[in-house]
Design a protein around this ligand. Structure first.
Ligand SMILES: [Zn+2]
Length: 252
């Protein structure tokens, strides 16, 4: 086997210019999966809109505040994180749907979400879309990826669509050097105080971004990895995730 038999991802040092739509299951996923990339978009003045689909209440485990207060706190954390990514005077716009987490989505749920995403696509008219990749092993990430696939089929206009990683690694089609934006990514992540778990979150994200720099052969310290989001491929993962004998998938 010769080196040309290996599929190496495209290496980029800047994202594609133009408006951006990010679909994130929970507040902080947009930072973990593509925060450095969003910072680079914002540097260039690209309009960035982030949708946070689920309410994030399931992480309210220590009982220190009501679910309502906890959800509001997570919204504030996300918006503050966006300020750190974009820098002074620039904004990342956030939208929150507040859906309840941890359920395996039925077909009609996915269709309803797909129509909402399609409306958002028509409003933002993004040149680039970022969404969780369809093999990400978390039930809410899986649902949003499936809804995204259906939305892209409804939308049917050209958009560069990429899947980002949070819970599971994919085989990337593109890696982006985020070394220069990495401090902002960490600052944005640090805004998510409810998700810190004693610093574990920063530790894990540092590992992921360092590992993904490998494709740059020493020319980058930190990178984010993306797989082309191809709606037709999402169905394969839908079948894989179908519950067997009434058992449900991961609800972590
Ligand atoms: Zn998540």
């Amino acid at each position: 086997m010769t080196p040309e038999h290996f599929r190496a991802p495209e290496r980029r040092t800047a994202p594609t210019p133009g408006p951006v739509l990010v679909l994130a299951p929970h507040a902080d996923d947009e930072v973990i999966g593509c925060g450095g990339t969003l910072a680079l978009h914002a540097d260039r003045g690209d309009a960035v809109v982030v949708l946070i689909a689920f309410d994030g209440a399931a992480a309210n485990v220590d009982g220190g505040s009501s679910d309502d207060r906890f959800v509001k706190e997570r919204i504030l954390e996300a918006v503050e994180g966006g300020r750190h990514l974009a820098g002074e005077g620039r904004g990342i716009e956030y939208e929150f749907w507040g859906l309840e987490e941890g359920h395996v989505a039925e077909d009609e749920d996915l269709d309803r979400a797909a129509r909402r995403i399609e409306r958002l696509l028509n409003e933002v008219r993004p040149g680039t879309l970022y969404a969780p990749w369809y093999g990400d092993a978390h039930v809410d990430h899986h649902s949003l990826a499936q809804a995204t696939a259906r939305a892209l089929e409804l939308y049917a206009k050209p958009v560069e669509a990429w899947g980002y990683e949070v819970w599971s690694a994919h085989q990337p089609d593109m890696v982006l050097d985020i070394s220069e934006a990495y401090p902002r990514k960490l600052h944005a992540l640090a805004c998510h105080q409810t998700q810190m778990q004693g610093g574990q979150l920063l530790h894990r994200v540092a590992g992921l971004s360092a590992w993904r720099s490998m494709m740059f052969g020493g020319k980058a310290r930190h990178a984010e990895a993306f797989q082309r989001f191809v709606p037709a491929e999402a169905e394969f993962y839908r079948v894989l995730a179908t519950p067997v004998d009434g058992t449900e998938g991961s609800a972590a």
